[in-house]
Design a protein around this ligand. Structure first.
Ligand SMILES: [Fe+2]
Ligand SMILES: [Fe+2]
Length: 274
């Protein structure tokens, strides 16, 4: 018997597209408030309205990114690397913090600069997802995978309406086992997976296939420790090999490149220091 629901009619990314349209409304509101900064003397109410407009991105954007990072990207990463999208999320969260802090200091020039760059990066990111990532998802994911993505996003949105977006934010005492060395998915040269997050710390597992490289930077301070393999770290025209048990601490926004001599696994610990 023929499947009653053809795969093409099930859209895994439909709810994410709806959230993108909502995000664009927030962008329009923020743009309106930014224009009011151009007057010679800026009334206090404008800063208050700007603060509201910037903070309106907090909960919704965190939930949207969590749905993509925890529900869509892990399933889609079988077909395309998702590391760059995750890096863009990190960058956007950093730009959002810069904007909120510039508003707090009531400095029109800094607010304009931070606001414009947040808006541009966010619009570009939405474009890259809608013209690059989401079409791949709709074309490549099986019906079963699409159902899994949709269901897990529904569950996550439900959970996050009761608690802040954290993978392991728990009240009271407890522990949970984590695994940091995982085989690289077939056909993947690099993967980066969020393992846990607690307050200003994020723990990620990173894998890089022998002979491949990764250019990276983080808006947060990054503690990077080699767990397995041999990888060359290069930054500021210096380099050093990282063997198991060795690592580097990288300042926020410093660009570096990792070259894997052997297939390597690293622990990334990001610390938000704002
Ligand atoms: Fe995204
Ligand atoms: Fe998105």
């Amino acid at each position: 018997m023929k499947d009653t629901v053809p795969e093409t009619t099930l859209e895994a990314c439909e709810s994410l597209l709806t959230e993108h349209r909502q995000t664009e409304s927030l962008i329009a509101q923020l743009e309106t408030q930014l224009q009011l900064l151009q007057q010679p003397s800026v009334p206090e109410e404008v800063y208050a309205a700007l603060d509201n407009a910037a903070k309106a991105f907090t909960t919704d954007l965190d939930r949207h990114f969590a749905c993509e990072e925890q529900c869509l990207f892990p399933v889609l990463s079988r077909y395309a690397p998702m590391v760059l999208m995750e890096l863009e999320h990190e960058n956007l969260l950093d730009l959002r913090s810069q904007l909120i802090s510039a508003i707090g200091q009531c400095c029109p020039e800094d607010i304009q600069t931070a606001g414009k760059s947040f808006i541009k990066e966010l619009q570009d990111h939405i474009g890259r997802e809608e013209f690059g990532i989401f079409p791949i998802a709709e074309q490549r994911l099986s019906l079963e995978e699409k159902n899994k993505v949709i269901q897990s996003m529904t569950d996550l949105r439900g959970q996050m309406s009761h608690q802040p977006p954290s993978l392991s934010a728990k009240v009271g005492r407890g522990f949970e086992p984590i695994s940091l060395i995982k085989p690289l998915p077939e056909g993947r040269e690099v993967f980066l997976e969020k393992v846990a997050q607690y307050e200003n710390l994020t723990l990620k597992a990173m894998g890089l296939l022998a002979g491949h490289q990764l250019k990276h930077w983080s808006p947060q301070r990054l503690y990077m420790i080699c767990l397995e393999g041999k990888v060359r770290f290069e930054s500021l025209e210096q380099d050093r090999f990282l063997l198991p048990g060795e690592g580097v601490i990288v300042d926020p926004r410093l660009e570096f490149t990792l070259y894997a001599d052997e297939t390597s696994h690293l622990l990334f610990l990001n610390q938000d220091i704002e």
